[in-house]
Design a protein around this ligand. Structure first.
Ligand SMILES: [Zn+2]
Length: 113
C-alpha cells in the first residue's frame, strides 16, 4: 500500500513547516488530490491517521480536496471528466486526449497554532 509512504511524506512536509514556524501544533491540513493521482482516498485517510499519531499533527483535521480529472480532446476540443486515463472522448470517440488536471497530489494549506 503506497498510501502509507505518501502519508509519511505529507506528515514530514507539514512537520517541517510547523517547526520552522515554531508552531505548537497543526490544527488543520488540507490536501489536493486528483482522481487520477493513483491514490486511494480511503487508504490515504487510514494511513494519515496512523502517520500523524504522536506528531504535531496528532489532533489535526485532515481535509481532502478531491480534484476531478478533466481531459481535453485534441480532435474536437471537447473537455470532459475522465475516469480512466485512456478513456475516449465522449463527443467524437477519439483517443487523442490530453489530461488537463487530475494527477495532483499536494499539501494545499496548513493551519497551525
Ligand atoms: Zn473529441
Amino acid at each position: 500500500m503506497h498510501e502509507m509512504s505518501i502519508a509519511q511524506s505529507i506528515v514530514e512536509i507539514a512537520m517541517d513547516y510547523a517547526q520552522k514556524e515554531k508552531a505548537q501544533k497543526v490544527t488543520e491540513l488540507e490536501l489536493s488530490i486528483g482522481t487520477l493521482s493513483g491514490i486511494e482516498f480511503e487508504a490515504l485517510d487510514f494511513a494519515m491517521e496512523v502517520c500523524k499519531k504522536g506528531t504535531l499533527l496528532n489532533d489535526a483535521q485532515i481535509v481532502v480536496d478531491k480534484i476531478q480529472a478533466i481531459a481535453k480532446c485534441i480532435d474536437c476540443e471537447n473537455e470532459f471528466k475522465i475516469v480512466h486515463l485512456f478513456d475516449a472522448c465522449p463527443n467524437c470517440q477519439s483517443y487523442r486526449t490530453q489530461l488537463i488536471c487530475g494527477k495532483e497530489m499536494q499539501v494545499k494549506s496548513l493551519l497551525i497554532e
